[in-house]
Design a protein around this ligand. Sequence first.
Ligand SMILES: C[S@@+](CC[C@H](N)C(=O)[O-])C[C@H]1O[C@@H](n2cnc3c(N)ncnc32)[C@H](O)[C@@H]1O
Length: 286
Amino acid sequence: MTAALEAVERTALLTAALRAAETRRPDRLYADPYAEALAGDIGPGLLAEIRAATFPPHRERTVPSTPDYNAIRTRFFDDYLRRAARDPDTTQIVLAPAGMDCRARRFDWPGRVTWFEVDRPAVLAYKEERLKHLGEPRVAHRRVAVDLTAPDWESDLRAAGYDPGRPSTWLLEGLLYYIPEADAHRILERVAALCAPGSRIAADIVNRAALTLPGMRPLLEVFARWGCPWLFGTDEPEALFAGHGFAVRASQPGEEGAGFGRWPDPVVERRVTGVRRVFLVHGRRC
Ligand SMILES: C[S@@+](CC[C@H](N)C(=O)[O-])C[C@H]1O[C@@H](n2cnc3c(N)ncnc32)[C@H](O)[C@@H]1O
């Protein structure tokens, strides 16, 4: 079944392998008991390639520590979604893409919430198969098997019960760097059109230097070799989202509230150019 997954779809298994590895750590930032089953046979091999590129034995590390970043990102967005769910107006949570995310099972959610998992059909089919003996989500749960760059995925989301007239909470985690710039703008435009005022949005996104700096090459080469190169980044995530009707803040890993004691690199001020960055974006539809 995994052989049927395309390169960008297999990154969901990499993320699952990262979450399984984090779950095994005594100082873990979160636990995901489903991650190991979801990573399957493929995920650990992908993670081994990332580790080899990230921590070369005889050279200094120049790329971000993917395991630490992934731990921080997962915990940051765990907290973001759980905070959003405490708001009595929150009735719809959309993971776009969902990949092997198991927050619907890892946490309890209020009865008013419906949970939408959007991803490509092969990914959701793989996930369903792997989870079928492992219990049910702890929330009203809908799968929306679409490609976010294809025409009219909005109809599938609506058919699954999503109501654009009510506030929603969206998470675009681990997506935007794989998407060509024009398509990334279109996705944000389409998400904005589905978001009632006050809806929440979150995402992670790299900056432009992360796509070009020589020191990033070992990591970029792994993704390019797999067939899912990093394509899009921005130094102005606030402006990117503002252009689509969202008011957001962009936190850098290691900053207050986005470090959890795990970010191993200095946090470089935003006015400094020519350094790699990744942003954890979070805000609201205006
Ligand atoms: C790195 S994984 C992240 C998944 C999930 N958000 C998580 O954190 O576990 C990237 C996911 O993006 C999905 N993806 C990439 N391009 C997509 C597209 N055009 N439409 C739908 N999903 C897409 C892949 O299938 C994969 O599941």
